[in-house]
Design a protein around this ligand. Structure first.
Ligand code: ZN
Length: 418
């Protein structure tokens, strides 16, 4: 087993060591679910912490995993399992088709296109697409629904090769991927190379402002290298000849998502116009202090407080004889339970609708992952919503559980029982 490496250079601007502001201890790789036949092995753990670049305002991990620990072939995430995400994506596709005037001669490229859940919406409307997805399982699933997909990691080199093949994109979409990219500059340079001169880039990612405001520390895990503000994205794009033309906020998506639309700097003022949202969001982020270390300095203490409250709540309920299960075996659930010190002494099992995860165990805490039906079969007294980002969806699904007297525990921004 190789060791984690300390980050000494900003991943975006190349400036000095990001200034640390939060440590979540040493935790296992969140997405590395444990198979039933591997329960005897010990999960390797690696330091998990974040720091702030005082030059370009990018929040990023203080340590990175050895390369062989990242992007496991078994990477268990298939997008189509979240109803809210599918609806959101469909609307994004329709918006882009209308605002960019896309048609049968256009090309939409999506980076990290997963199982094709978003590009499918373009295909259904007769618009040519190309998905780029490094993980074989989701890439195969995408091809099955008619989304041509190449299995690779996107970057400047891949973009150049596509251009050599005669491909240029009218629209490039990159949703929930930028945080996972080790070489950010090559990635964004790739957009610049592949985009047509009047093309539009559309990026979505949870925003670091919401992470701070709602104490969403569990969205931090080893495979998320960076946590973006609009300020940091603006600096990153400009370095590669791209300019923000619009920012949209989605407070309900993944705990607070931002969508950044960008165009080539040369197109701004001709084919592209900068929406007022850009200046408004940048000013709001500066007013909130997202460009200064001071805003981040107290976050570690806030996280520690939340963890103490949650541990105390669960311990108290358990001491009173209550049974507790959890909902959501995603990476954020692993960060929450492992950095807070929650394991099978407090939680009996976790349910997840993703069939690829069922029968396995959350690394570290070793919570068994069962199908969602187990909630009604076993009727625990409390259900801890580790997937709090889709809490409304879960509470609707689990109306029968609640009707029979079950209660929900929402851990962030502060632990509450509903
Ligand atoms: Zn920087």
């Amino acid at each position: 087993m190789s060791a984690a490496t300390e980050v000494t250079t900003c991943r975006s601007c190349g400036g000095g060591r990001p200034r640390p502001f939060l440590s979540l201890g040493s935790t296992p790789v969140a997405n590395r679910l444990v198979r039933a036949d591997a329960l005897d092995a010990v999960d390797p753990t690696f330091p998990l912490g974040v720091g702030f670049c005082e030059r370009c305002a990018l929040v990023q991990l203080t340590h990175v995993l050895p390369a062989d620990e990242i992007f496991d072939q078994d990477y268990p995430y298939f997008s189509s399992f979240t109803d809210m995400l599918v609806r959101h994506s469909e609307k994004n596709a329709v918006d882009l088709i209308e605002s960019c005037g896309l048609g049968p001669d256009s090309l939409v490229v999506e980076v990290a296109s997963n199982d094709g859940y978003l590009l499918k919406a373009f295909v259904e409307r007769g618009i040519p697409v190309l998905g780029i997805e490094p993980t074989p399982g989701p890439a195969a699933a995408a091809r099955q629904v008619g989304v041509p997909t190449r299995e690779e990691f996107f970057g400047a080199e891949v973009a150049r090769r596509l251009v050599d093949e005669g491909l240029r994109a009218d629209v490039i979409i990159a949703n929930n991927v930028m945080a996972h990219v080790p070489d950010l500059n090559s990635f964004v340079e790739g957009f610049s190379i592949l985009l047509k001169d009047d093309g539009v880039l559309s990026i979505e990612n949870p925003g670091v402002g919401a992470l701070l405001d709602h104490t969403e520390f569990d969205t931090i895990y080893h495979e998320h290298f960076c946590y973006f503000s609009t300020i940091a994205v603006d600096a990153l794009l400009r370095r590669h000849g791209l300019e923000l033309i619009g920012v949209t906020e989605f407070p309900e998506l993944h705990g607070g998502t931002l969508r950044w639309r960008a165009a080539k700097a040369a197109a701004v003022g001709t084919s592209a116009a900068v929406d007022a949202s850009v200046g408004r969001v940048l000013a709001a982020e500066r007013a909130a202090g997202l460009d200064s270390y001071d805003r981040y300095a107290g976050f570690g203490a806030e996280v520690g407080e939340l963890q103490d409250q949650l541990r105390a709540l669960l311990t108290d309920l358990k001491a009173k004889g209550a049974t507790i299960a959890a909902y959501g075996a995603a990476a954020k659930g692993a960060t929450m339970v492992n950095s807070t010190g929650i394991d099978t002494r407090l939680i009996d099992f976790v349910v997840d609708r993703n069939t690829h995860k069922q029968g396995k165990y959350v690394p570290g805490a070793r919570l068994p992952i069962l199908p969602a039906e187990a909630v009604l079969e076993r009727q625990p007294d409390y259900l801890l919503l580790l997937a709090w980002n889709v809490k409304n969806e879960i509470m609707t699904q689990q109306a029968e559980y609640a009707a029979r007297g079950g209660a929900f525990i929402v851990p962030v921004p502060r632990p509450v029982i509903i």
